[in-house]
Design a protein around this ligand. Sequence first.
Ligand SMILES: Cc1cc2nc3c(=O)[nH]c(=O)nc-3n(C[C@H](O)[C@H](O)[C@H](O)COP(=O)(O)O)c2cc1C
Length: 176
Amino acid sequence: MELLQALQDRRSIRKYKDTPVGREAVEHLLEAARLAPSWKNQQCWRFLVVTDAAKREKILAGFGDDNPGKKGIAAAPVTIVVCADPAESGIENGIHYYVADTAMALEHLCLAATEMGLGTCWMGLFNEDLIRKGLGIPPTFRIVGITPLGYPDQDPKPRPRKQLNEIAYFEKWGEN
Ligand SMILES: Cc1cc2nc3c(=O)[nH]c(=O)nc-3n(C[C@H](O)[C@H](O)[C@H](O)COP(=O)(O)O)c2cc1C
C-alpha cells in the first residue's frame, strides 16, 4: 500500500473483532514506531503491549464511560500504552518535545497498522495516574497515548477536515 493510501484509509476504530493479532504483527508495528524522528534522536518513547485481560481491566478503569473509544479497548485483543520519559527529550520555547516525539512514533504505528488491515484509535482522554499505577509504569514516565489494536469491526466514513486554504498560507500569513 502506498503511504498516501494509508493516510487516506486510516480511521479511528472503536469497534473490533475478537480475532487475535499475533506477536509478529505487533512487532512489525513497533518497528514502524521505532523509526520515527525524535528530539536529538533520543527516542524517549516506550511501548507497553497489553493482551492480558486483567491488565486490560486496569487500563479500562482509567477511562470514563463517556469516552467513545473505551468500548474499542474492551473489545480489541491488544492495547498499546505509549509512554515517554520527558528527561530523554527536550523543552524549547516552552514546547515539551516528548509529546511530539511520542506522537510521531504512535502515528507511524497507526499508519503501519492501516497498511496491515488493522485498526487503531489514538486515545488521550484518560486518568494517567490510575493507569500508570495499575500497570506498574515507573512514575518518571508520562503516558502520552493509548491505542487499541485489532481487526476493525466497522468501516467509518472519513471525518471532515478543514480545507487547505484554512490551514496553509503561502508567503504571507493569511494568504493562499
Ligand atoms: C491526541 C488525540 C487524542 C484522542 N483521544 C481520543 C479519545 O480519548 N477517545 C476517542 O474515542 N478518540 C480520541 N481521539 C481520536 C479523534 O477523535 C479522531 O482522531 C478524530 O475525531 C478524527 O477522526 P479519524 O481519526 O477517524 O480521522 C484522539 C485523537 C488524538 C490525535
